[in-house]
Write a protein that binds this ligand. Structure first.
Ligand SMILES: *Cc1c(COP(=O)(O)O)cnc(C)c1O
Length: 230
């Protein structure tokens, strides 16, 4: 086994253990492998070990990987901030976007999504801990944005995503993640049929799963430490 396949198995095992501890079926949590800063070889090694969903933060960095691996049945998720001048590349080459936090970006993605592709799957990024410099809508604005995004013809609104600040311990992490899961439930109570709660990373996936995450985004625990923090 390669190092990546060993580490991937370890992460899958952590997810299973966290699901069992939370009384959830492991099939309710998807694993997104975050390959930012790692090369095509690393993505291929994870794919060979059975991983099919990959996440990238930087569009420019992702493009050569996506193009080189086009022939493989992989799903590419954009999990980084999107500037207006990058929406076309995202609309044309990604399957999912987790970081919609402005209607203008969502409208451009919908307009630019090619007709021959399935609708772009999107999550609204929510700033659950109120950090002033962070991306994401504040929870109070999430319903209005979600309702507007849900009406865009070439997008399929799947859920919400958050990246809380690292918490000192499990209980503190759960408290922040619960803000997202409460919002997720509130949005569904308003009639939005959301099925994706994208939260949890290498350091805090157990707390995220205990709090209802349906998709964890894991980079360093699979691929190793990043040289350039991203
Ligand atoms: C880098 C990144 C991850 C993965 O982080 P790790 O700590 O390496 O697991 C997950 N989500 C987002 C949005 C990221 O930028």
């Amino acid at each position: 086994m390669t190092k990546i396949s060993t580490q991937l198995s370890a992460v899958q095992h952590r997810i299973q253990t966290a699901c069992l501890a939370a009384g959830r079926s492991p099939s309710t949590v998807a694993l997104l492998a975050v390959s930012k800063t790692f090369g095509i070889d690393a993505v291929q090694a994870a794919f060979a070990a059975g991983q099919t969903m990959f996440g990238e933060n930087y569009i420019q960095e992702a493009m050569p990987k996506i193009m080189a691996l086009r022939h493989l049945p992989m799903e590419w998720h954009c999990i980084g901030p999107i500037q207006s001048n990058k929406t076309r590349l995202v609309a044309e080459h990604f399957d999912w976007v987790h970081t919609v936090d402005r209607l203008k970006i969502a409208q451009r993605l919908s307009e630019q999504r090619p007709a021959d592709l399935a609708p772009l799957q999107v999550c609204i990024q929510v700033n659950v801990d109120g950090g002033p410099t962070k991306s994401g809508v504040v929870p109070a604005d999430a319903l209005a944005l979600a309702q507007a995004v849900a009406h865009l013809p070439r997008l399929h609104l799947r859920g919400i995503m958050c990246i809380p600040e690292p918490a000192p311990d499990f209980v503190a992490a759960c408290k922040l993640f619960k803000r997202a899961s409460d919002l997720f439930e509130a949005l569904n109570a308003q009639g939005l049929a959301l099925d994706t709660l994208s939260m949890g990373m290498s350091a805090d996936l157990e707390a995220a799963i205990a709090s209802g995450s349906t998709l964890v985004r894991v980079g360093s625990a699979i691929f190793g430490e990043r040289r350039n923090p991203g």
